[in-house]
Design a binder for this molecule. Sequence first.
Ligand code: ATP
Length: 202
Amino acid sequence: MRFTRLRLNGFKSFVDPTELVIAEGLTGVVGPNGCGKSNLLEALRWVMGENRPTAMRGGGMEDVIFAGAATRPARNFAEVGLSIDNGDRLAPSGFNDSDILEIVRRITRDAGSAYKVNGKDVRARDVQMLFADASTGAQSPALVRQGQISELINAKPRNRRRVLEDAAGIAGLYQRRHEAELKLTGAEQNLARVEDVIEQLA
Ligand code: ATP
């Protein structure tokens, strides 16, 4: 799976529709301070399902919407689309009927985020799993923030292990195990309730 295109519309400083083709090989983004280089990295994180506003350097998720400038009014929504080459058909089943997948996340003021894959509505979880199975995602160690290297050097061994697990491609399995544990806990609680009811009827 290779990222091939990033589309932004109303996301942070990218108020006008902007499209970036991500060619094979190394891509460098250069520009003066404050021109939006970090915003591009955040757009990648965001479309992959990031839901911590702090990871977007904001106080709330709606802070990713263009907030207005002296000559431009604020926007009411922000949208980011990420195209992936799925020629090797490594996407999870359900997304595997196309050579190109476009994952789109859109946030509208007072209405939250919605996700689509190739135009079809999907859940945030589906998008997060899609990227986790491809050993990437909003919290992938491949996306390196400013200051992150020194954080990693000073990190606790437990947090450093997460980086190795991500690199080994088992992040998706951990997510699935967590969900299975939640279901198990729910089932145990239901069972306890049924036993209470049976006891009362006996
Ligand atoms: P540096 O080289 O200094 O790290 P950079 O190129 O990475 O800078 P960014 O940090 O990506 O730049 O962009 C910062 C710019 O984005 C600032 O001008 C800021 O005002 C603008 N910006 C951030 N959020 C929004 C928003 N919601 N609406 C409008 N502009 C925004």
